[in-house]
Write a protein that binds this ligand. Sequence first.
Ligand SMILES: O=P(O)(O)OC[C@H]1O[C@H](O)[C@H](O)[C@@H](O)[C@@H]1O
Length: 455
Amino acid sequence: MKGLKFDFTNMFFPNIEKGIKQEELIEYEGKIAEIIDEILNEKPGFVKLPQDTKFLDKILDLQDWIQSFESFVVLGIGGSALGNIALQTTLNPLNYNYMKNRKTPKIFIIDNVDPDFVASILDQIDPHTTLFNVISKSGTTAEAMSNYLIARGIIESYGLDPKEHIIFTTDPENGILRKISKEEGIKTLEIPPEVGGRFSVLTPVGLLSALAGGIDIIDLLNGAKSMLDKVINKNLKENPAALNALLHFLYYKKGYNISVMMPYSNKLLLLADWYRQLWAESLGKKYNINGEIVNVGQTPVKALGATDQHSQVQLYNEGPDDKVVTFLKLEKFERDIKIPKVHEEYSALSYLGGKTLSELLNTELFGTEYALTEHGKPNMKVIFPEINSFNVGEFFFLYEFQTAIMAKLLEINAYDQPGVELGKKVTYALMGREGYEEFAKEVNEKVSKKEKFEL
Ligand SMILES: O=P(O)(O)OC[C@H]1O[C@H](O)[C@H](O)[C@@H](O)[C@@H]1O
């Protein structure tokens, strides 16, 4: 199986003041080795996943049942949806050609509470032949819970048994979903408690819907396992996670506070959405591990090649020196299209005739890389020889480990997200959740005191 490849050449600029020089890495070799040891000693939950696959049998046992449905609908948000979305768009693109000799259910992922969006999906399913997978680590998230209640209401209104049409994925002990599952006997898969939502794609969170959609989840885990061996290598130059984390860190210290991920492949695009949550929530922190205020973080941005060459690249080339660009390059597309030869009258188009779209797309990638480098802007490439479960598994694990290393370099905790709590609390209070009455009053008072800037 051909693994991911990397090209860091354009991250080094020996002649530009802000550019990182190869020599700068040497200073950090010892530090990186220490960090790897620390991570391996601390063993954050996600690190164990590729080897400790005891949850796999439980999922595989469900294969026939989940694949017997026509529709499989995930209800979750954030870390309980983004990995699922990335998996389906990357590895199950036929999902969109539903009904053409399908042997697996069509997968829908509802990760918002926009009523138009939710209704548009509910319109497409028949509850008799639908399985809802409610995913929530905490079992409290308002969006997942309200969509669960809606799904349950529909099932019951058709006189169907919730146990036959709902499966939960949640914490082994805590949360309302666990309580309901115990009381009503709804099938429930466990999310290991020590694995945080955004690190959970390789647990039942991502794996169940992946299996439902016909994705090879064993190969996915094999890819993660093979990447584990690479990212614990203490030789910096042979460790893509360490090298990439360190380069991002060194640029961050020089004011590069944006990290653009730009796949040149529509199938790979939503890996960048998964990455955005991982990089943003893990690294965007007010306090460091010593409790000092640091307000750090590197803003992740998603762009699509070649589309965004015609929208974003002007800024990337000539704008401020604040971005590090990661291209995701695909070498072998599943399909290709030949551009027809052109009538000689249209000589301005003749350079395209006879070429393929993949040739054009990857030449455009080269053009963008070249231009960025000429403008002195750091950029690197993650190269997929082709898209398969193994490579996608490698990708997930690479970025999870890279995030853990980056957090250590920034001296922050990668695994919490206290900054999302206040907004949630306000929602609970204003929606009338029990126990939030006093807080609701406080919010209403504060809001009423604020001046309104009305036109
Ligand atoms: O899986 P859940 O507990 O429902 O959480 C879903 C998401 O909600 C939160 O707001 C967090 O910021 C995310 O990190 C998490 O992935």
